[in-house]
Design a binder for this molecule. Structure first.
Ligand code: AMP
Length: 519
């Protein structure tokens, strides 16, 4: 059993060492020198955690008081500190505060001044050593003689660097490669990229996609292992206690062998209509008086993936196999609405049906794709109803190729006080006749020409559809429209009637409020 003071020396040295490579060498050397049994705990503390991310325990204290008394008793080991943290977390109920303070006092009494400082940093979660999880991951790879990619994969599957470190040090590359989903250990959810339309999704998926309703609720991961049922959010917080109704559904309606399901919950009003996301968050946060809120705000549950069935991990299996397993575990209940389509018309019809039913849009999934924990790519695409803004054209680029001779790439701006702020460019949406007409109109408004871009008086207003507002490092406005395309030329509107930058900022913020990112 190693002494806690080794971590203290490491942290102090890391603080003095600015170079990343040197930090990496120090961390790897530290891990190598530790007894295997202490590696997981040491990595936990080194990354500023008292418990692994998915561990529901919390210390229930935010900082440690400063203690001036001299150190007494035997030196602290990693196991001593871990045991003290466990005891502090377990102290709950009446008089918990005093009991926690007493336990903290006992821990501090055995710690040196430097150890107290590092303990305080672990408790506050701010180590100030400049060591990221990524660097620790690389250090583990060095010690386990495994590729960094293999360590990263294991970390995504086990959801916790400290477990991965322990595994790497004892079992090496082979143990890391074998790491796979386990009930009770949440995986980072797979994420989606935006696609403009069904055509794009079908092209990305080689002509065949599974389309599912995209429910506008909050992501959950449901685990069952024997009698144990647990529910995690997208950010891997444990919300089991707040969602007894979901636990009851799992016990009543779903299979008994160990499974892990991925899905979305929606909160419903008494008439059965979906409630706004903020309301749903009240359910997720409630820990006292849960039953009353369960009655007031029932949940609807939709599953769309199965990562484990009968205790067997499915994350490397193709989507289609996982869906079959999901249908088996759920017996067809609580499934997301879905179709498999191979033509654009059928896809658009399903998309329209999703919008009619009041949902955000659809998800398009590659039938052959494995489940990639934490991964975002084209294997899952999200298609949402388009939103539009009114923008003014402030400049246009000369076209090339088929658009030669026209001003065909339009710089779009929104109003910002008396000025206009650029938010995007588009050459999409106009017919050839409209290009020709727009070109002569813009030449009439030209104020400058550098041979490529023609600046124009801001007078022509266009309605612009887009799929997402993004932060932009290039535009002074700080925001940019993704997949902008002109849907109408708004001759009925003047430049003072366009969308404002303030409105755009609000729209940008509201994207987060409705998307479960705050969970
Ligand atoms: P977004 O938050 O806009 O990036 O969209 C992705 C989110 O949509 C996921 O994290 C889920 O919470 C949610 N979602 C709703 N329905 C589905 C579905 N059928 N498949 C995957 N994700 C879904």
């Amino acid at each position: 059993m190693a002494d806690f003071r080794h971590l203290v020396s490491l942290c102090l040295e890391l603080e003095r060492t600015p170079a990343r490579l040197e930090k990496l060498r120090l961390v790897a050397g530290f891990l190598r020198a530790l007894p295997a049994e202490d590696v997981a705990t040491a990595v936990l503390f080194l990354t500023g955690r008292a418990f692994p991310p998915a561990d529901p325990r919390a210390l229930g204290i935010r900082w440690l008081p400063s203690a001036d008394e001299p150190t007494a008793g035997p030196p602290l080991s990693f196991a001593d500190v871990a045991a003290a943290f466990a005891a502090i977390a377990e102290t709950q109920g009446q008089g918990a505060r005093q009991s926690k303070e007493r336990l903290v006092g006992q821990l501090l009494a055995r710690a040196s001044q430097a150890e107290r400082e590092i303990l305080a940093r672990v408790v506050s979660g701010e180590m100030r050593t400049g060591v990221s999880d990524g660097l620790v991951l690389e250090a583990i790879a060095q010690v386990a003689a495994a590729p960094v990619g293999a360590v990263r994969r294991a970390a995504l599957r086990l959801g916790d660097l400290s477990t991965v470190a322990g595994l790497g040090v004892t079992g090496g590359a082979a143990a890391l490669a074998a790491a796979t989903a386990r009930p009770g250990v949440p995986l980072l959810p797979m994420l989606a990229e935006i696609a403009a339309d069904v055509d794009e999704a079908l092209a990305a998926h080689r002509g065949r996609s599974a389309l599912e309703f995209k429910y506008d609720g909050a992501r959950i991961q449901l685990h069952r292992d024997g009698d144990g049922v647990a529910v995690w959010t997208r950010r891997l917080s444990d919300v089991t206690r707040s969602l007894p109704d979901v636990v009851a559904i799992a016990r009543r309606d779903l299979g008994h062998a160990p499974f892990i399901l991925d899905g979305e919950v929606l909160a419903l009003d008494p008439a059965g209509r979906p409630l706004p996301f903020q309301e749903l968050m009240r359910r997720f946060r409630r820990v006292h008086g849960v039953d009353a809120l369960v009655r007031e705000m029932p949940l609807a549950l939709y599953f769309f993936d199965c990562l484990m069935v009968d205790g067997r991990s499915l994350i490397d299996e193709p989507y289609e196999r996982r869906w079959e397993a999901l249908a088996g575990v759920t017996g067809g209940r609580h499934l997301a609405e879905r179709v498999v389509v191979a033509d654009v018309e059928a896809g658009r019809a399903f998309f329209a049906r999703a919008l009619e039913a009041g949902h955000e849009g659809v998800m398009a999934k590659d039938l052959e794709s494995p489940y990639e924990p934490g991964g975002r790519g084209k294997r899952w695409l999200k298609l949402k109803a388009v939103e539009t803004l009114d923008c003014v054209i402030v400049a246009a680029d000369r076209g090339s190729g088929r658009r030669r001779g026209w001003l065909s790439n339009y710089h779009l701006a929104v109003r910002d006080g008396d000025a206009f702020a650029d938010v995007g460019k588009t050459f999409k949406g106009l017919t050839d006749a409209q290009f020709a007409e727009m070109t002569s109109r813009l030449w009439g408004l030209a104020t400058a020409d550098d041979g490529y871009t023609v600046r124009v008086r801001p007078e022509v207003v266009v309605e612009v559809a887009y799929n997402e507002i993004q932060k932009s490092p290039t535009y002074r406005s700080g925001l940019a429209l993704r997949f902008a395309r002109i849907t109408k030329i708004r001759d009925d509107k003047g430049p003072t009637q366009t969308t404002t930058l303030a409105e755009l900022s609000t729209l940008y913020e509201s994207q987060f409020a409705t998307k479960g990112r705050a969970v």
